[in-house]
Design a protein around this ligand. Sequence first.
Ligand code: HEC
Length: 123
Amino acid sequence: MTKTYTVAWPLWGALCLLLAACEGRNASEPVTTPEPRIKASEATLTLYNRSCISCHASGAAGAPRTGDAAAWAARIDQGREMLLKRTKSGWIGMPPMGMCTDCSDEQFIDLIEYMAQTPISKP
Ligand code: HEC
C-alpha cells in the first residue's frame, strides 16, 4: 500500500513536468523544465538534425546535452570567439566542425544558442 504511493507520486510529478500539464497549478513543485526560450529556425534545425544531434541529444562522449542549460553554462561563458574556435577545430570528444563542414560562424552560433538554450552575450 505505502509502497505504491511512494512510487506513484514521484512518477506522477515527473509526468506532469514532461507534459507541462501542471504548469502554474502546483506552486510547491519547482519547474525544472521551462519552455525553450530559444527556438531554432527551420534552417538551423535542419543543420542540427544533420550534425549536432548525433552527440548532443544523447550526451555521447560527454557532450553537453541539448536543452540542458546548466551543463552548457560554463561553456557559454567562454564567449563567442572561444566557442567558435573549439567547434571549428574540434574539442576533446568533438570532431572538427561538429561534423557540419559547410556551417557558417552565424549558423554555429545559432546552433550553440539553441542547444544551450542560452544567448551568448560575450564576444
Ligand atoms: C561526434 C560527436 C559530436 C558532434 C557530431 C557534435 N559535437 Fe559538439 N561536442 C561533443 C562533445 C563530446 C563535447 C564535449 C567536449 C568536452 O569534453 O568538453 C562537445 C562540446 C561542444 C561545445 C562546447 C565546447 C567547449 O568550449 O566547451 C560546442 C560549442 C559544441 N560542442 C558545438 C557543436 C555543434 C554546433 C555541433 C553541430 C554542428 C556539434 N557540436 C556536433 C561531441 C559532438
